[in-house]
Ligand binder design. Structure first.
Ligand code: PLP
Length: 389
């Protein structure tokens, strides 16, 4: 049998490899010129003023929340239907994670549910642009403005997506920061890798500093010992507690090369989505992804909602059946509030977020990535169509 198709996969070609080799043969394999070049190309592509490249999307979330200088004990709100990193960033920063249920159609966080969960302690909202679909940012930002709450958009799934107003996700038109991930299943890959965009200079400078141990080499910011009249050329200061969350030049060169192909990657993703949507349109036992009017999704995932009761098969049976036909699948996601850690430490339980829990019972992601051939796409369509036979 042909290799099993994964639900997502990177596409590295000979141009990418040649860019990586250039770095490997150069003087710097990390902290060289590629990182600033990649940051500036990403900022241009996304329409933001500043971009900071980091080790991965989780580090991006950690730093983004830290850059807001929030008081310990405050609360952050995100969606239960996301990867655990979207809410773990609150825990890293001493905030309490609070969830707001998802919308029925888009599977993104529901602004009405956010409003229900607001408290005097709410300090930040992390809307996740699930599967590539942008959240209702106008409504979320008006809530945030009214209540003096910051927004960090989790756009790990949404590089290249556009809001209703045509602006790109990542332009931060209504948020303090947006984060991205370049994990191999994402739209572009750097192995591990992440990025934060912002339009605020102060946040940008803070991010640069905490990405690198909290160290600055900027003389104008030095806090010199009284005995030191002038800093020497070796001198640097650690002014706050930071991390080593730097991206390497090897990764940045790969990111730069991948960025050149991003629009063709997204085009191919959307072609495959159209093929799936057309093939499954008449199946009354499944629901295909919904793209809200006037938005543009870069489609990181293709999530089917399957009525397993109606077809009298369990999800495990369906996954095994599809796998036997060379089609890998995955569940995105187990609701975060139901993870043992969250249940134990915050008392969350079944029934807290009904829409998310109902979605979780039915969701199944099928393969979607630009390197899929038409034959691969046909294989998936035939395998899914065969579930009922
Ligand atoms: C929505 C979301 N946010 C954040 C992350 C974390 O990104 P990374 O794996 O690069 O740390 C992921 C990764 O899958 C994700 O899906």
């Amino acid at each position: 049998m042909d290799q099993v198709l994964n639900y997502g996969k990177h596409w590295i070609d000979k141009d990418d490899i040649s860019e990586i080799l250039k770095v490997l043969n150069s003087d710097f394999i990390t902290q060289g010129p590629c990182i600033a070049n990649f940051e500036s190309a990403m900022a241009d592509y996304l329409g933001a003023q500043y971009a900071v490249a980091v080790a991965n999307g989780t580090a991006a979330l950690h730093l983004a929340v830290k850059a807001l200088n929030l008081e310990q004990g405050m609360e952050g709100i995100t969606s239960p239907i996301t990867f655990v990193a979207s809410s773990n960033c609150f825990l890293y920063n001493g905030l309490k994670p609070v969830f707001a249920d998802i919308e029925k159609n888009t599977y993104c966080i529901d602004p009405i549910q956010i409003e229900r969960r607001l408290s005097s302690k709410t300090a930040v909202i992390v809307p996740v642009h699930f599967a590539g679909q942008p959240c209702e940012m106008d409504q979320i930002s008006s809530l945030a403005l009214k209540n003096r709450i910051s927004i960090i958009e989790d756009a790990a799934h949404a590089i290249g997506s556009r809001y209703k107003n045509g602006k790109k996700v990542g332009s931060c038109y209504c948020s303090q920061m947006t984060i991205f991930s370049f994990h191999p299943v994402k739209t572009i890959a750097t192995g591990e890798g992440g990025l934060i965009t912002t339009n605020t200079q102060k946040i940008y400078e803070k991010l640069l500093q905490i990405r690198n141990h909290g160290i600055t080499k900027d003389q104008s910011k030095f806090n010199l010992l009284p005995s030191m009249s002038e800093p020497g050329p070796w001198y640097y200061e650690m002014q706050e507690l930071g991390f080593n969350y730097r991206m390497t030049d090897i990764q940045a060169a790969l990111g730069m090369s991948q960025l050149k192909k991003i629009d063709s990657f997204i085009k191919r993703r959307r072609q495959i989505v159209d093929a799936y949507n057309n093939a499954f349109v008449d199946f009354d036992w499944l629901t295909t992804p919904y793209e809200a009017e006037n938005v543009f999704s870069a489609f990181h995932l293709y999530v089917l909602k399957i009525d397993f009761e109606k077809i009298n098969k369990s999800r495990t049976q369906v996954m095994q059946e599809l796998r036997s036909k060379g089609v890998g699948t995955q569940v995105h996601y187990i609701p975060v509030h139901l993870q043992p850690y969250y249940r134990k430490h915050f008392g969350y339980q079944i029934g807290d977020y009904p829409q998310s829990e109902h979605y979780y019972q039915q969701c199944l992601s099928i393969p979607l990535y630009p390197k899929m051939t038409d034959k691969d796409v046909m294989r998936v369509i035939q395998a899914v169509s065969g579930i009922l036979t």
